[in-house]
Design a protein around this ligand. Structure first.
Ligand code: F6P
Length: 330
């Protein structure tokens, strides 16, 4: 994992894949740490697309003024199809070399880190990845940049839905993001007193959901909000709501899909601090010869994990959290 350090003078930083609150704070930390260690730092705009299209600009102190507190990513982001091809990566490499960039910090989710890994293997460009995704689905870190803010946003929205659900004695199905991962759903569900949490990692048969709703009816619960992670095993919120409606036709059911709302907004204090710590660690890791790794946080300590493991190994949902959620929702 630690190689003989090469003499790094210029680093490039990029954000790629779905944006996440705290990405700006991470970029800022990379730039500040770079300057501290007397490096030149280049911003690569629109992720790997910008590397291929040579949208690469030198960053200055003023480039990162007042970005720490802003959502989104000022470097912009993209999901690049061309970078998945050898020709695309060759173009990207030529552009990096034309700027004299020796190493990269890649901020993004598993697709972005896969790109960094391939690029290191093919062209030997050292990279440290930072886990930047609201999904929290990367092995090698307890938490990803943006997850905390996304959960806070989801909980705030669900609280509002709860008000109207209670006023009308309605059953709401709220769909949260997380592609193939239930981390946002579990956190948002526990944090908003959900009646049930449906996630891609676990089966939750409709019959079990019906029993839960009937039990809650007997217990005179005034509202029911069921949290559904997108990509869930039993379908999305709309599909599940239709199945439930068939069995419980008297229930007044509504569906809300929170969608991209969860990706925006100012980063929470937790995400600002996590991103800041990881950004500095990425630069220091590169200078120490830690290549092809992701910097993450485990038990509040910075840990470097080979990117290959971060993208291939499965991050498991916490069974204890699920058990607690089960107790709290009955
Ligand atoms: O990976 C982050 C994420 O927000 C997922 O939760 C979601 O499934 C996906 O990105 C949506 O991607 P896009 O913005 O490209 O539609």
């Amino acid at each position: 994992m630690t190689d003989q350090p090469i003499n790094i003078k210029k680093i490039g930083v990029l954000t790629s894949g779905g944006d996440a609150p705290g990405m700006n704070a991470a970029i800022r930390a990379v730039v500040r740490a770079g300057f501290y260690y007397k490096l030149e730092v280049y911003g690569i705009y629109r992720g790997y697309e910008g590397m291929i299209n040579n949208d690469i600009r030198k960053l200055e102190n003023k480039s990162i003024a007042h970005v720490l507190e802003r959502g989104g990513t000022f470097l912009k982001s993209a999901r690049s199809e061309e970078f998945k091809t050898v020709e695309g990566r060759q173009k990207a490499y030529n552009n990096l070399k034309s700027h004299g960039i020796d190493a990269l910090v890649v901020i993004g989710g598993d697709g972005s880190l896969t790109g960094a890994h391939l690029f290191y293997k093919e062209f030997g460009i050292p990279a440290v990845g930072l886990p930047g995704t609201i999904d929290n689905d990367l092995f090698g870190t307890d938490l990803t940049i943006g997850f905390d803010t996304a959960c806070n946003t989801a909980i705030e929205a669900i609280d509002k839905i709860r008000d109207t659900a209670t006023s009308h004695d309605r059953l709401f199905f709220v769909e949260v993001m997380g592609r193939d991962a239930g981390f946002i759903a579990i956190n948002a569900g526990i944090g908003s007193a959900a009646a049930a949490i449906l996630i891609p990692e676990k089966k939750f048969p409709v019959e079990k959901l019906i029993d839960r709703l009937k039990f809650r009816e007997k217990a005179k619960k005034e509202s029911n909000v069921v949290i559904v992670a997108e990509g869930g095993k039993s379908g999305g919120a709309q599909e599940i709501s239709e199945k439930v409606k068939k069995i419980l036709p008297t229930y007044d059911i509504k569906v809300t899909i929170l969608g991209h709302l969860q990706r925006g907004g100012a980063p929470s204090s937790f995400d600002r601090i996590l991103a800041s710590k990881l950004g500095v660690s990425a630069v220091e890791g590169l200078l120490q010869g830690k290549y092809d790794v992701m910097a993450g946080i485990i038990n509040n300590k910075i840990v470097f994990t080979p990117i290959k493991r971060a993208i291939v190994d499965d991050k498991q949902v916490d069974e204890e959290e699920l058990r607690i959620a089960g107790i709290l929702s009955t």
